[in-house]
Design a binder for this molecule. Structure first.
Ligand SMILES: C[S@@+](CC[C@H](N)C(=O)[O-])C[C@H]1O[C@@H](n2cnc3c(N)ncnc32)[C@H](O)[C@@H]1O
Length: 174
């Protein structure tokens, strides 16, 4: 279930809070404490498999490998220069949200959506304003390996899919 402004209770008290804004998809998640680089900010417990949607996070290559986060973490927006990573490598017990940069209380939390998503359900024109902003965000399928690696974290299934795509391209689609 996606948390809403009505009767809001933070899912991660002491760590993050949703900054609800009026307008479609205008809300965001904000840190309420400092985090250091590489710090595990929270585990990703309570996710459930779900059809691909604007709100899901991809967790593997299969058709069914999409998760609803069922928490305030759904409000982590995309940035082309992100400060967190959704790391769903390894088994479920190891899945976590990790800081990629020093984060201070009050900072918006952002991840690079193509680091988990191959072909997004709801592409959008990015408003992150980062110097390296890519503009249209639709998933990793249209991005080069170098563009992905420059964002510091890429999920293993995305790297595997990029390698397969590039191998087919070199071999003329075979
Ligand atoms: C999982 S939601 C993130 C929370 C969303 N901001 C909300 O209020 O529900 C993903 C959607 O948020 C919007 N979004 C996230 N990051 C964005 C960005 N950098 N630029 C433009 N829209 C963004 C897009 O509409 C995207 O499909």
């Amino acid at each position: 279930m996606i948390p809403s402004r009505e009767s809001y209770t933070p899912s991660h008290p002491g760590l993050f809070v949703v900054d609800f804004k009026s307008g479609d998809f205008a809300s965001a998640l904000v840190a309420t404490k400092n985090f250091e680089v590489d710090e595990v900010m929270t585990s990703l417990k309570g996710c459930t498999k779900s059809p691909k949607a604007y709100s899901t996070v991809q967790c593997g290559v299969g058709q069914d490998d999409h998760l609803e986060l069922n928490s305030d973490l759904v409000y982590v927006n995309h940035s082309c220069e992100p400060n967190v990573a959704f790391d769903l490598s390894g088994d479920y017990s190891q899945w976590h949200l990790r800081a990629l940069k020093p984060i201070r209380a009050g900072d918006f939390l952002t991840f690079f959506y193509p680091s988990t998503e191959w072909d997004m359900d709801q592409p959008f024109d990015c408003v992150c304003n980062a110097p390296s902003c890519l503009g249209r965000i639709s998933g990793a399928s249209v991005l080069s390996k170098d563009v992905l690696l420059a964002r510091h974290f890429v999920s293993p299934w995305i790297l595997a899919a990029v390698a397969e795509r590039d191998r087919k391209h070199v071999n003329g689609g075979q």
